[in-house]
Design a protein around this ligand. Structure first.
Ligand SMILES: Nc1nc2c(ncn2[C@@H]2O[C@H](COP(=O)(O)OP(=O)(O)O)[C@@H](O)[C@H]2O)c(=O)[nH]1
Ligand SMILES: [Mg+2]
Length: 358
């Protein structure tokens, strides 16, 4: 799972990144960022830890979210800024989900932006950039297809179908409607998947510097936001930079109950609809990330493409049953292991072992 932080310059993306990263990065305030920071944030999961106690495995591998902290979107209206925004957005297209970081604190750092906070205006701005960027992609492709259809090229018949889908998308963009509401069949879905439209991906909005996000945060925006959260990234980044033994007192003083990384992971899991399943044994106890509704064969493919190809059956049990039984032998004695076919929907917290013919 690749999660990109997306926001205007100075919204606090790098501060959020430093609040959740294992190794914070240097980011002097006011110096324009040019590189994208990338780090994997571990998913801390007490259920997996309980499984570790049973196997005391050689290797212990929690799930992880790959988080990207790119430069902010340059805000100007000049041609140069427009191009920089286009380049940046096209690089971020292949993330799986986005956390839109909006500034909800006063900042005098970037004089070309207003110093006062107006998080809702900044959010509307971000949404606008994403819709525009999607529109441009769709329009460019549609132009090519119109040309091909007019010239009756060899692919004209197929191109006509793709064009009709794109024209429906373009109409939605123009009317400011949410693409997620477009009714499409499976084949059409496949056709538009390759465009990697921002507007079809899960979005979590993060109000940075706010105690709480306003309830009407997404009123009037053209994209459905899956979820909203808030953080005081500056305090959380300070906390994350501290020695572990100093943290509890600080957390108590600021009324922080769990680390920013744990909260971030929980919010992203919720917004994207992520689930975890586990593989266990003496060699390794490990968690894997899937989407709600994913089948056993999809889960197998996360572990290895060969396992999906040669899939025969999945041995499955809820991790709670193992914890209750105490070990695998007792679980087997209780007939606690089920055999499931390819289309079994893997449940959060399932332990899965794939039987494969390859
Ligand atoms: N008051 C306050 N300042 C913040 C917060 N988050 C970030 N900042 C400050 O805002 C400035 C820009 O932050 P930065 O993370 O570099 O923004 P980026 O451009 O989005 O990566 C820095 O001076 C931060 O210290 C916050 O939650 N509260
Ligand atoms: Mg930054």
């Amino acid at each position: 799972m690749r999660i990109a932080l997306l926001g205007l310059q100075g919204a606090g993306k790098t501060t959020v990144f430093n609040a959740i990263a294992e190794t914070p990065v240097e980011a002097p305030a006011g110096v324009l960022q040019t590189e994208t920071h990338v780090q994997v944030v571990k998913v801390h999961d007490p259920r997996l830890e309980a499984c570790r106690e049973i196997f005391t495995p050689k290797k212990y591998t929690p799930a992880g979210l790959e988080v990207w902290d790119p430069p902010g979107l340059p805000p100007g209206t000049t041609e140069g800024d427009r191009e920089r925004r286009g380049r940046l957005l096209s690089k971020l297209r292949d993330a799986d989900a986005y956390v839109l970081v909006v500034r909800d604190f006063r900042s005098d750092l970037y004089p070309y932006e207003r110093a006062a906070a107006d998080a809702k205006a900044d959010l509307a701005r971000l949404v606008d950039e994403m819709v525009t960027s999607d529109f441009i992609i769709a329009e460019k492709r549609a132009e090519k297809l119109r040309d091909s259809v007019a010239k009756r090229t060899k692919t004209a018949a197929e191109d006509k179908l793709e064009l009709s889908v794109l024209e429906r998308c373009l109409a939605y963009f123009e009317e400011g409607k949410d693409l997620a509401d477009l009714e499409i069949d499976e084949l059409t879905e496949k056709r538009i998947r390759s465009f990697q439209f921002f507007t079809l991906k899960p979005m979590l909005v993060l109000f940075n510097g706010a105690d709480e996000a306003p309830a009407d945060f997404a009123d009037g925006t053209a994209i459905t936001m899956q979820a909203v959260t808030s953080m005081d990234a500056q305090i959380d980044a300070e906390l994350n930079a501290m020695d572990a033994e100093d943290r509890p007192a600080f957390m108590e003083e600021f009324g922080i109950e769990s680390t920013a990384a744990d909260r971030f992971v929980r919010d992203v899991y919720g917004a994207v609809g992520l689930r975890s399943f586990f593989t266990v044994g003496e060699d390794e106890v490990r968690a894997w990330t899937i989407q709600a509704g994913d089948s056993a064969v999809t889960a197998a493919g996360k572990i290895h493409t060969d396992l999906a190809r040669g899939f025969v059956r999945a041995e499955v049990f809820p991790h709670e049953d193992l914890l209750e039984a105490g070990d695998m032998r007792e679980l087997k004695a209780r007939n606690g292991i089920r055999l499931e076919p390819k289309d079994y929907v893997v449940q959060d917290g399932d332990v899965v072992h794939i039987r494969s013919a390859v």
